[in-house]
Design a binder for this molecule. Structure first.
Ligand SMILES: Cc1cc2nc3c(=O)[nH]c(=O)nc-3n(C[C@H](O)[C@H](O)[C@H](O)COP(=O)(O)OP(=O)(O)OC[C@H]3O[C@@H](n4cnc5c(N)ncnc54)[C@H](O)[C@@H]3O)c2cc1C
Length: 382
């Protein structure tokens, strides 16, 4: 049975598979795509993920996100046993956007601009010169274009960023509301690279997250214990009240798209930065680049938004921390020490210049990187 999607005879029609960050960020800007209609297709069993934060630096192109950010921080820090490395930027503060707020904003924009939303169980995709046919229950019309954000398969042994966090209210004023803590390594390192991430919303209120980079997830109580220990022994927070929880697993590596026949977007389209797990800023850039290309050439193509040199650096960096996880605190601290706040914001947002990349390379200990280079880790991305 054909469902109730309106077809637009004068327009081309794009199916967006998946109504998450990438799918909805694309659909929200349908009016910018001349002569394009869009339909967002999600799985009928889709349950919205619990609300969580997207953290990133405020840079050009993220004005909409900045306008709805829950909070911005002009300073941020990386902390190890050896000390605290603080950076600051008035031009590019760190910011947190609530996922529900962003997704709702995009959904409303998309609906107002005529995007159709439907739930369908996809079973097959067939592509020919004229159109793409999506076999689905309920049946779908033919499309000229498909942007696929369904999560890709994860290769065995891939590095994962996995975390559990709590937003808490503390008895004592223990947070600096002007300074986000990106990584505090003063926590249990026995299972691999582990740090605490803190987004302070007020002196007595923050998101505190236990985050690991490793190939294996930890038992839930590992993260919870780490947070409790941090609150007790590092922050001396007194009694804490849990306001909400968030958790997630983000692949850190080089993934093949779920279906090579159609354009891939978001995490499926290589938007997650392999060495950091940051994706929000890169998803927005991927959409901007695709729109620019469409306006100039009429072609619909979505490309991974990272520069090849950044992916190459990420591959080498990941090879180093996989081989020597104990080095991670020193490496992250060295990057923070070598760069100004503005430079850090640019580098983490994929906008580094060659000079900036050179600065980072020079700040790294040489021998672990030479050994990693010899293992030719970029084979993963070529
Ligand atoms: C808890 C969490 C915190 C994060 N924090 C940050 C952060 O601080 N900063 C940052 O930059 N990045 C962060 N990320 C990473 C990244 O921003 C997100 O993973 C982002 O949501 C990726 O967007 P996406 O659209 O590719 O995938 P998703 O948002 O996961 O969307 C995929 C969509 O596909 C749908 N789908 C799945 N299967 C099917 C199917 N068979 N048919 C149709 N639809 C289907 C799903 O229902 C979903 O709607 C975080 C990720 C998580 C999970």
């Amino acid at each position: 049975m054909m469902n109730s999607i309106t077809t637009h005879p004068a327009k081309q029609h794009m199916a967006i598979l998946g109504g998450g960050c990438a799918g909805l960020s694309l659909a929200a800007r349908v009016a910018d795509w001349p002569d394009m209609a869009m339909t967002v297709i999600d799985h009928p069993d889709h349950k919205p993920r619990q609300d969580h934060n997207w953290g990133c630096w405020s840079i050009n192109g993220l004005e909409d996100a900045l306008a709805m950010a829950r909070k911005t921080w002009p300073q941020w820090a990386i902390i190890t046993d050896a000390g605290i490395h603080k950076q600051s930027s008035d031009h590019h503060p760190y910011m947190a956007i609530e996922s529900k707020a962003w997704l709702n904003h995009c959904r409303i924009q998309a609906r107002q601009q005529g995007v159709t939303f439907t739930a369908a169980r996809l079973t097959d995709i067939t592509v020919n010169d004229q159109h793409v046919s999506l076999a689905a229950d309920p049946a779908l019309p033919l499309f000229q274009h498909v942007a696929d954000s369904r999560p890709p398969a994860l290769p065995d042994g891939i590095m994962l960023q996995h975390f559990r966090g709590v937003e808490i209210k503390t008895e004592h004023d223990v947070f600096d509301p002007d300074c986000a803590i990106l990584m505090d390594f003063r926590c249990d390192q026995s299972r691999g690279i582990h740090f605490i991430y803190v987004l302070p919303y007020a002196k007595n209120r923050a998101l505190v997250e236990s985050t690991m980079f490793s190939t294996e997830l930890a038992p839930e109580d590992f993260y919870d214990t780490a947070i409790a220990d941090y609150c007790d022994h590092i922050l001396h927070a007194g009694k804490t009240m849990t306001l909400r929880r968030e958790e997630g697993v983000i692949p850190m590596g080089f993934l093949s798209p779920r279906d090579n026949q159609v354009a891939a977007i978001g995490g499926n389209g290589g938007a997650i930065r392999p060495s950091s797990g940051y994706a929000f800023v890169f998803i927005q850039r991927q959409m901007e680049q695709a729109l620019t290309k469409y306006k100039h050439t009429g072609q619909v193509t979505f490309k991974p938004p990272h520069k090849p040199v950044d992916l190459w650096m990420d591959a080498v960096f990941l090879a180093v921390i996989r081989r020597q996880p104990a080095l991670a605190p020193r490496l992250f601290a060295a990057i923070a020490k070598a760069l100004t706040g503005d430079e850090m914001a640019m580098f983490m947002s994929g906008l580094a210049t060659s000079r900036l990349r050179f600065k980072i390379i020079m700040a790294m200990p040489k021998w672990p990187f030479i050994k990693a280079l010899l293992s030719r880790p970029w084979k993963m991305i070529t």
